[in-house]
Design a protein around this ligand. Structure first.
Ligand code: UDX
Length: 457
């Protein structure tokens, strides 16, 4: 739907590429409907510059944040995010005030609750763009009504129930809310309690994938006694293929070209996933013993980071591993062109940390996942992906200090060789088709939802 009056929206992402990238994809949807977009970026100047080069139609503005006094140690990385975003409020206010004519809406990330005050002050309608699963939104909205008296970390096996989602063990709740007395848990609860102040929620998902959570939200079960703002499932919005702007095809893709269809296991752990040396060795042994092809993104363990961010593969991995697996393994340093890899016909399974962007990328590529959650809300995503969406199997060892080589080997064999793996793969074929359907112009559920949202703007 092209809209009649020319409108402008400002998108306000949180820090980090996992939040910035989906905002850029959202900006493209606005542009395709004739709505002008400005992305106001607080941090990540390098990522912003790269994205501005590859997306010349989108206007980016950098909002300066006073850095004085912000060199403190934070008790949790998200405390820094919240602090920096709060400090950016005056710059956001000044920027919005300077827009003539006034912008029609401010669309903010889930961590940007302070921006609600700026929007209210200026009379700009504010919406959230939720870059994680709709099921997580259902949980987070309900959390202020349903927060256990004990700290979750003290009752890890306690089962928590939220409308529209499978039961979740306390240990699988977001890391930010594990310790109810911590600054971060208090800050997140305050943010969650404020979320219904928004005019609505745009969510990077699609109706079919999260029907139960959507129903619970629409029936008002997640915010009892208070209206739930409208929810618009407008995804899946995922990165296009090549995003580095070079136009060159990565060597790992050339390697994938030489492998049989669906033969390769891809291991990649988001923007920040990092393992100890001991864990890397277990992964290497598990991959070697599985006998399957693999493409593995390796980062330097925390204990070596002070020396270099470049991992020294020969020193880190078991002796002779690289030589022995030369014919069937491709080990990469730090970063892979993930979306292009997932879309390659040679990839048959994806070992993922369950960041929501990665989960969606796996789904739209029709690739079965082995869910190995690491940080943030990824354990909750694992629950939804395994128990509700049925797009992956769980790597149980994530609860322990180390995932053992034997488990990795067994899970790789399960997804690549077993009848159960084949059955799950059929589900992925359907999920991929449903993702395509959702985005179809003129009738797909996400296309319709975006039109509805625009009509209310
Ligand atoms: C966190 C949260 O867990 C996620 O749910 C949230 O909404 C964003 O922040 P993050 O670690 O950023 O997750 O992971 P993910 O959401 O999966 O995003 C990572 C992005 O980086 C993906 O788009 C992925 O394709 C890309 N990536 C990652 C690469 O392109 N190459 C890599 O090697 C690793």
């Amino acid at each position: 739907m092209a809209i009649e009056k020319h409108k402008t929206v400002v998108l306000y992402p949180s820090l980090g590429v996992g939040h910035l990238n989906p905002m850029v994809e959202l900006a493209k949807v606005f542009l395709s409907r004739g709505v002008a977009v400005i992305i106001a970026v607080v941090d990540s100047p390098d990522a912003m510059a790269r994205l501005a080069t590859t997306n010349p139609d989108i206007t980016f503005r950098h909002l300066p944040v006073p850095l004085t006094g912000r060199d403190q140690q934070y008790s949790h990385p998200i405390m820094r995010t919240i602090d920096v975003l709060r400090a950016a409020s005056p710059a956001l206010r000044g920027f919005l005030r300077g827009q003539v004519p006034a912008v029609d809406a401010l669309v903010v990330d889930m961590f940007c609750t302070d921006a609600l005050d700026v929007a209210a002050e200026l009379g700009v309608p504010a919406y959230f763009f939720f870059t994680s699963a709709l099921a997580d939104l259902a949980v987070m909205l309900h959390l202020p009504y349903n927060f256990p008296a004990a700290s979750l970390k003290d009752v890890p096996e306690a089962v928590l129930r939220f409308p529209g989602v499978p039961p979740i063990r306390a240990m699988d709740m977001a890391t930010t809310v594990q310790d109810r007395e911590s600054d971060i848990a208090r800050a997140r609860l305050r943010q969650c309690a404020r979320m219904p102040e928004a005019r609505g929620f745009l969510v990077n998902t699609f109706d079919w994938l999260e029907a139960r959570a959507l129903k619970a939200l629409r029936c008002g079960l997640c915010t009892p006694g208070r209206p739930t703002p409208p929810v618009y499932c407008i995804g899946p919005l995922v990165l296009p293929g090549n995003t580095d702007g070079s136009g060159e095809r990565h060597a790992c893709l050339e390697w994938l070209d030489t492998q049989p269809s669906r033969s390769v296991v891809f291991l990649s752990f988001g923007s920040m996933g990092i393992f100890s040396e001991a864990q890397l060795r277990e992964i290497a042994s598990g991959l070697e013993n599985s006998g399957h092809m693999f493409l593995w993104v390796v980062r330097n363990p925390p204990e070596h980071q002070s020396k270099s961010i470049e991992p020294d593969m020969e020193a880190l991995l078991p002796e002779g591993f690289l030589e022995r697996t030369r014919e069937r393994g491709y080990v990469m340093k730090n970063w892979a062109p993930q979306m292009e890899v997932l879309q390659h016909d040679a990839v048959g399974a994806f070992v993922t940390h369950c960041g929501w962007n990665s989960a969606l990328e796996g789904i739209v590529s029709g690739v079965l996942m082995i869910c190995w959650p690491l940080y943030s809300e990824q354990r909750m995503n694992k629950v939804h992906m395994v128990e509700e969406m049925k797009v992956g199997v769980v790597m149980e060892g994530y609860e322990e200090e180390l995932v053992k080589a034997e488990e990795l080997e067994a899970k790789v064999r399960l997804v690549m060789e077993s009848e159960e793996g084949n059955k799950l793969r059929e589900r992925l074929v359907v999920a991929k088709e449903m993702a395509v359907d959702a985005l179809k112009e003129g009738g797909g559920s996400s296309d319709v939802a975006f039109d509805q949202f625009l009509r209310g703007l």
